[in-house]
Design a protein around this ligand. Sequence first.
Ligand code: HPA
Ligand code: ZN
Length: 323
Amino acid sequence: MHLPEAIPKAELHLHIEGTLEPELAFALAARNGVELPYADTEELRRAYLFSDLQSFLDLYYELMAVLHTADDFADLADAYLARAAAQGVRHAEIFFDPQAHTARGVPIGTVIEGLGRALDRSEERHGVSTQLIMCFLRDRSAESAMETLNAAEPYLHRIAGVGLDSAEVGHPPSKFAEVYAAAGALGLRKVAHAGEEGPPAYIREALDVLGVERIDHGLRAMEDPELVERLVRERVPLTLCPLSNVRLRAIDVLEDHPLKAMMEAGLLVTVNSDDPAYFGGYVGDTFHAVHEALGLDPEQLRELARNSFLASFLDHDEERRAR
Ligand code: HPA
Ligand code: ZN
């Protein structure tokens, strides 16, 4: 059998800003004259002790201060694609958070042009096909999400779909019904984070009110057997991120992760890295970790890899070529 790291796979839940490694953060800080409140990479790494999603998001947004130019975004994405390729990734559907940058005065065009530059050369340079998913920050207003969609209009040829991320509890999917309807009318695909820290009801809302085709995380579906039955029946993919769940304290230890139970319940689950610079591993490392901690057998690892292509935005022919 291939090593779990080496199995060809797609990554469907990856925040490009969450791939900012401490070394690159310091290099970009120096390049842009930004002062970071950490003496060095070691001190920064020691800050990666999170108690929940919000404690992570605080650092995640803070560190983005080093990202300014299109070159910065291109370097960030290129570094991710190189690491992903080395871990068997053949296709990546990549989230980005425009509002986290426009709020700091970085134009959305700078972000998309920089990321686009790296993505355009990814197949040739890394053998990884890519798509971009623009996420709305759910702890900001619905109006701000709509302004973001409008600001992205000149760049829609570069964007495959929209997503919803950031602090979940208290910000249900229904808050974004209007902007998702507008995104759908523009022909964009739709996904949303739901059931990471929020209740199963948010997963239902994402499906019924936003009309998403995939649920990002969906971990808390397991509290609701009727919902599980529906997700199985409707073949709704869940993009799980086991290392993230442990680091953000949704799960105590990886050995307790319900991934295997979710597969055995018939759910279409995939395994992803979420914010690999912060959570201790890229997607190949994640395959390796769940193999070790949960005793997944080779066939189950192949099933996860197969699911990653099935749940992707690739059409059938593209998907076969990518595997
Ligand atoms: N959850 C919600 N929002 C995020 C995450 C996450 O794990 N990573 C980056 N934004
Ligand atoms: Zn995420």
